[in-house]
Design a protein around this ligand. Sequence first.
Ligand code: IMP
Ligand code: MG
Length: 176
Amino acid sequence: MRTLLSEKELQAGVAQMAVEIIAAYGERPLTIVGVLTGSVVLLADLIRLLDMPLRVGVLQASSYRSGTTRGQLTINSEMMLNVAERDVLVVDDIFDTGHTLVEVVAKLKELSPSSVKTAVLLRKHGRQEVDFSPDFVAFEIPDEFVVGYGLDYADQYRNLPHLAVLEPEDLANNRS
Ligand code: IMP
Ligand code: MG
């Protein structure tokens, strides 16, 4: 595995994104909705940098992919806070094709929030299939499969403190 972003670089990028979020909302109370499971590490680091009135909820978005066809996305929002008439910020790990975030935002908008914005740690270059851009992006990355800082491969590696590129030989080893 090759390190793409060190622990220090991740911290600096998340801190910069926190500054931008604070500037956008000021003292307005914010409801953060973290998308499980990939956002957990970002969520923990980000909320501690947001010195403002804040509520934190989560929802789970999972998609099951087979081959090259995009899987059906399931959103489980049982654990989410009430978002009606609230300013909502959705936090996710990575903006890849973009379908997950678009569907999560559409689902949240059905619940009559005052506003919905989105923040992601990573945006993968050249992968987007949707006409939508996250409001806050900490890092642009090349089109490679990354793990660590919450991101997984087959539910592994979320606990790496840095962001690493999974190389083809890592994928082969994992299959054994
Ligand atoms: P999207 O719907 O294609 O934008 O996919 C977003 C989800 O796919 C993310 O929340 C991740 O769970 C997963 N994903 C996309 N790219 C990567 C990657 O490089 N590493 C790990 N997970 C990824
Ligand atoms: Mg995810």
